[in-house]
Ligand binder design. Structure first.
Ligand SMILES: [Ca+2]
Length: 176
């Protein structure tokens, strides 16, 4: 049996926690506390954020957490010998969502490489054939929304939004 009791100093300021174990039960108590320790370590184990390149098919994606404009994001990707991510199909869209989730444990809105100059194009030159637009998008509000970000609304779909807004972003490069 384990006894816990508190000893109050005369000055009533310091409290000591004391254990009293009957002999023979010491090992069982140790095992018990080890179980408790492992349980809490498992529950509260810090999850590791993954911020490296992730391979999907013949491409690699990487999430960058800095909040910047679309053009700054594209320039940064170029400095990494990459481009803002283009999307060719739903599988790639979901792969990019997983990359974002592994870095943030959330589906945060992020820039990808779609931009609009009268027609939509991907900054890496991929033909713009696939899009997972949110309902009613692209709506080009006030004629000001010429850049594409993803994970918009609860549907985590694509939306056009002003290019000077600031979001984290996902770059793509050819598989190495
Ligand atoms: Ca819009």
């Amino acid at each position: 049996m384990l006894f816990l009791y508190f000893v109050n100093e005369p000055n009533n300021k310091t409290t000591f926690l004391s254990y009293s174990l009957s002999s023979g039960e010491h090992l069982a108590e140790k095992r018990f506390f080890r179980h408790i320790w492992h349980f809490f370590r498992k529950v509260f184990k810090p999850r590791r954020r993954y911020l490296g390149w992730t391979t999907h098919g013949n491409r690699q994606y990487r999430y960058f957490p800095h909040h910047v404009t679309w053009a700054q994001a594209q320039r940064f990707c170029e400095s990494q010998n990459a481009n803002l991510a283009s999307v060719r199909n739903l599988g790639e869209y979901q792969a990019i969502q997983r990359v974002i989730y592994r870095a943030t444990f959330n589906y945060v809105p992020a820039w990808i490489g779609g931009s609009d100059k009268g027609y939509w194009f991907w900054s890496d030159g991929t033909p713009f054939r696939y899009a997972n637009w949110c309902r009613g998008e692209p709506n080009n509000v006030w004629g000001m929304e010429h850049c594409l970000h993803m994970n918009w609304t609860g549907n985590r779909c694509m939306n056009d939004i002003p290019c000077h807004n600031q979001y984290p972003f996902v770059c793509v490069r050819k598989r190495r």
